[in-house]
Design a protein around this ligand. Structure first.
Ligand code: DAH
Length: 347
């Protein structure tokens, strides 16, 4: 029996030493030290021995058990340490690998034009105003001097929702809303960027939905000189410091006098090119002095107050500035187009 125990010890020692992983080591522990293990088998047979031999075998089997336990414990430490080292080795970072590129978005060219103009006008003390896109006929037309049946309604093909409601065909109704809210007390200095809608067939220069930036200033002693100076700053901010502007007489029902504003061509410096149709000037926006009748309808005394207003087509400005020849490019969400307007341009 003692020989048997020594064989068991030898065999267990060899197996423990050869063992390479914690799972196998645990299996060996269960095998040799568990209730059904070979040492236990030997011990079961001890009762057949006489007293002296029994004591001896009992002592040796305990020693063998302790020896195996010790071996397993120290092997376990070695294997655990090795497992940690393996994990560290497999998780080291290879700093020579190329970095993962995080895709960054770009600012939409229309948003960029709006942001630049908001910056300019906020810097001159203007507030940003807002109004609803589903608008009442009353604000979109009537308060702007275009009563029902007036021929000037033909200037804008409008989406009517019902007799009194429509999708606003211009941002000008915000002028009326802001003036009414001010209850006859100036000064007012606002711009209003926003979406507008017209029943136009879409083509390279028309879109049924587009964007405008409305401007309105109402105060005492406001002249057309103020309007001209303001729009000159606009032209230079968007198209370069050398730009000149000129006014041509025009007609809008809510301004009197009304003007069409041209900007000297930024493409040829006014010399004449295809972009300016060889005139040196580019038609840019509509503007004028607020019609006294509109001031009155919106609660201001035209004897005391004057105002100027302008309406900028955001798509038109963006198309001229970036040389875009199709208005639909703004609305088709084509990444090949949008990615050209990188944030780098902002720097
Ligand atoms: N609302 C006009 C349009 O959509 C543009 C415009 C012209 C606005 C003259 C103005 C203005 O405020 O004074 O055609």
């Amino acid at each position: 029996m003692l020989d048997q125990l020594h064989v068991i010890e030898k065999e267990a020692t060899e197996k423990i030493q050869a063992c390479q992983d914690l799972k196998t080591l645990n299996d060996l522990r269960v095998l040799y030290l568990g209730k059904k293990g070979p040492i236990q088998e030997v011990m079961k047979k001890m009762k057949e021995l006489d007293k002296e031999e029994r004591a001896k075998v009992g002592q040796v089997s305990n020693q063998v058990k302790q020896e195996i336990t010790k071996l397993i414990e120290s092997k376990k430490e070695v294997l655990e340490q090795k497992a940690i080292e393996d994990q560290i080795a497999s998780e080291t970072i290879d700093i020579s690998l190329p970095a993962y590129q995080l895709p960054t978005g770009t600012i939409h060219p229309l948003s960029r034009v709006i942001e630049e103009l908001e910056d300019l006008f906020i810097g001159m003390g203007y507030d940003i105003a807002e109004g609803p896109e589903v608008e009442e006929d009353y604000y979109n037309f009537e308060l702007l001097n275009v009563p029902k049946g007036h021929p000037a309604r033909d200037m804008q093909d409008t989406f009517y929702i019902d007799e009194n409601n429509l999708l606003r065909s211009q941002t000008s109704p915000v002028q009326a809303r802001v003036m009414l809210k001010a209850k006859g007390e100036g000064p007012i200095k606002i711009i209003c960027p926003g979406k507008t809608y017209r029943r136009d067939d879409d083509d390279a220069t028309h879109s049924h939905q587009f964007m405008q930036i409305e401007g309105l200033v109402v105060d005492r002693h406001i002249t057309m000189g103020d309007l001209k100076g303001t729009l000159e700053l606009f032209a230079r901010k968007m198209f370069g410091q050398k730009r000149q502007i000129r006014f041509r007489p025009s007609y809008f029902p809510f301004t009197e006098p009304s003007v069409e504003v041209d900007i000297s061509c930024h493409n040829c410096d006014g010399k004449g090119c295809a972009m300016c149709k060889h005139t040196g000037w580019i038609e840019a926006l509509g503007a004028g002095m607020v019609n006294p009748h509109v001031l009155e309808m919106c609660g201001f005394d035209p004897q005391e107050y004057q105002g100027f207003a302008f309406g900028i087509g955001v798509e038109r400005v963006a198309m001229l500035k970036y040389g875009i020849d199709n208005i639909r490019s703004f609305y088709t969400d084509d990444l090949r187009f949008l990615e050209q307007f990188t944030r780098k341009d902002d720097e």
